[in-house]
Ligand binder design. Structure first.
Ligand code: NAP
Length: 261
């Protein structure tokens, strides 16, 4: 049994849907106070209300509109979390976009958009919370990266892959800088996770994707949320600068023949 994180203050960027919503729900059920962010304020508020309605949730959960690529928005998120929850113990830098763009057609604006949200946005989100994380004594930074970029590639996602690999470069150096303050910095690398957006791709896509995953299914948002929760516990205090793949074994096979069955 892990030491409860009841009452800890958690910021989840991009918490209105998908993996971020899953992370927020797992933390809220564990008794943490959670602030979720997204650009669409109405959607973020609806998600906060939905999570709060779960009778297993004992912490406070609320929402704020903010764009992670905007420095002032990130500062406002940190200030709001401190005002509402008395500090910040955990930052889950999760917000991300993944438009598909062939390299030959990629514009500087396409690059700015993807790197601005995924890479710059993660760094700005963390930096804005540093003061509060230092005061916490249990400071945790948890970045939602991806297998795409650090471990695998996907045609059309060269900018996305670069942003996700870049997040790991950030995490490693930040882990060294922040160790003195007792703040750990780790990254989760999800494989294919069943989110609302992925579900819309249809049964055919889901079946073919599940067939490429040795454990036979796509991940759930809770699969990612549960790892984030572990990384936030006192028992994970000695883990920093590391990457954790959550993909049902998807990156393991050397070829189709390598998979049993
Ligand atoms: P999603 O369902 O599309 O949700 C993305 C979330 O990020 C939403 O809350 C969205 O809300 C928010 N967001 C997007 N741009 C933002 C911005 N500029 N500022 C603030 N919030 C922003 O995506 P997801 O699939 O859950 O992905 C979440 C993270 O997991 C991403 O970093 C992604 O790269 C990573 N990931 C996902 C998978 C997967 O299979 N789903 C696999 C590997 C890694 P608004 O649009 O309202 O801002």
């Amino acid at each position: 049994m892990f030491t409860p994180i009841t009452g800890r203050s958690v910021v989840v960027t991009g918490g209105s849907k998908g993996i971020g919503k899953g992370i927020a729900a797992v933390f809220a059920r564990a008794g943490a106070h959670v602030l979720i962010t997204a650009r669409d304020e109405a959607a973020a508020r609806r998600t906060a209300a939905e999570i709060a309605a779960d009778e297993a949730v004992t912490g406070r959960i609320s929402a704020i509109a903010a764009d992670v690529s905007n420095e002032e928005d990130c500062e406002r998120v940190a200030l709001t979390a401190r005002e509402r929850h008395g500090g910040i113990d955990v930052v889950c830098a999760n917000a991300g976009i993944f438009p598909s763009t062939p390299l030959v057609e990629m514009t500087a604006a396409d690059l700015d958009a993807v790197l601005g949200v995924n890479l710059k946005g993660a760094i700005l989100s963390v930096r804005a919370c540093l003061d509060a994380l230092t005061r916490s004594g249990n400071g945790r930074v948890i970045i939602t990266s991806s297998i795409t970029g650090p471990l695998t590639g996907f045609a059309g996602w060269s900018h996305y892959g670069a942003s996700k690999a870049g997040q790991l470069g950030f995490a490693r150096s930040a882990a060294l800088e922040l160790a003195e303050a007792g703040i750990t910095v780790n990254a989760i690398l999800p494989g294919n996770v069943l989110t609302e957006g992925v579900a819309e791709l249809g049964d055919g896509y889901l079946k073919s994707m599940a067939a490429s995953i040795p454990l036979g299914r796509l991940g759930t948002v809770e699969d990612v949320g549960n790892l984030a929760l572990f990384l936030a516990t006192d028992e994970a205090a000695f883990i920093t600068g590391q990457t954790f793949v959550v993909d049902g074994g998807q990156v393991l096979p050397e070829s189709l023949d390598a998979v049993a069955g």
